[in-house]
Write a protein that binds this ligand. Structure first.
Ligand SMILES: [Zn+2]
Length: 287
């Protein structure tokens, strides 16, 4: 395929940004890293780390609609699925990023079977479906798979090239029938405007005996703590919430979920090679 033309990254100014409060406590955060026009702040009440000022919603949509957001990301030229999260561009036939992506997909499907204690089958929803790599694998494993994706480029590929059922837009606007056996959100909740809203919506969609699996970078990881503003995952335009296992558990609990398992090892297939990321498992707390 022809080498994609990657546009230069957008330059953001203060006019593109807005201040936000902690999604749990409703208070302003205290500055941790000054990355003007952005700021990385920590809530003085609960310790949640987030970006404020951050991009306004219109500016954020421009970013996700930018083809280069995916083309220049993990998938390089070999785009055939998954959610993008940066990385070096590769155009060769053998793409280490894609090998990793497939390892995560297989590892996460295996983890899902283990936490449920039974073989694949039932209704699975992926929020932040990217190009559809995980959903496609889930469908082949026996799941009835649906997805939601904000990027038009990603959603279009998932629907047109893979024939997947993917809604393009925000989770709250997706016409979904509740009662999903599984809700997955791979590298998604750090991007959403309000994680509490996000998990509340997920809670309304998952079956009472269902399970939620997700992954995120985490700000208490060794690279995040050692590298400060040089942490490669900081990306303040896109990653607007930075969790730890403790703050994940707090936000999830407020939304009606119990965080039941956290995989941090970079040796676990579901989290392979990721020194600064975790995979979490949560279950609905009975009402
Ligand atoms: Zn707070």
């Amino acid at each position: 395929m022809a080498a994609p033309v990657t546009p230069p990254p957008p330059t953001w100014t203060a006019e593109d940004t807005e201040e936000v409060d902690c999604c749990l406590c409703g208070v302003r955060g205290r500055l941790v890293h000054d990355l003007a026009p952005f700021g990385v702040v920590r809530c003085p009440s609960c310790g949640l780390v987030f970006v404020s000022p951050r991009l306004r919603p219109e500016a954020l949509q421009r970013l996700y609609d930018d083809v280069g957001y995916f083309e220049g990301g993990v998938y390089g030229g070999a785009v055939d699925g998954g959610s993008a999260d940066g990385g070096a561009q590769e155009t060769g036939r053998f793409d280490p990023a894609m090998v990793l992506q497939r390892t995560w997909t297989a590892g996460r499907l295996a983890l899902l079977d283990r936490v449920r204690g039974r073989a694949a089958g039932g209704r699975l929803l992926e929020v932040g479906a990217g190009y559809g790599l995980f959903l496609d694998a889930a469908r082949r494993a026996g799941w009835t798979a649906s997805g939601v994706e904000l990027s038009r480029t990603g959603a279009q590929h998932a629907v047109d090239a893979l024939g997947l059922d993917v809604f393009c837009g925000q989770l709250a606007d997706a016409p979904l029938t509740p009662g999903f056996d599984v809700v997955c959100a791979w590298d998604t909740v750090e991007h959403v405007p309000d994680p509490l809203d996000f998990w509340r919506t997920a809670r309304s969609l998952v079956a009472e005996d269902g399970v939620v699996l997700f992954s995120t970078p985490y700000v208490s990881s060794l690279p995040a703590r050692l590298l400060g503003t040089r942490w490669w995952t900081l990306k303040p335009a896109e990653h607007i919430w930075h969790f730890t296992p403790r703050t994940h558990a707090m936000v999830l609990a407020r939304a009606g979920f119990a965080l039941t398992q956290v995989v941090r090892s970079p040796l676990a297939p579901s989290n392979a090679g990721r020194l600064d990321s975790l995979v979490g498992v949560a279950r609905p707390i009975p009402v």
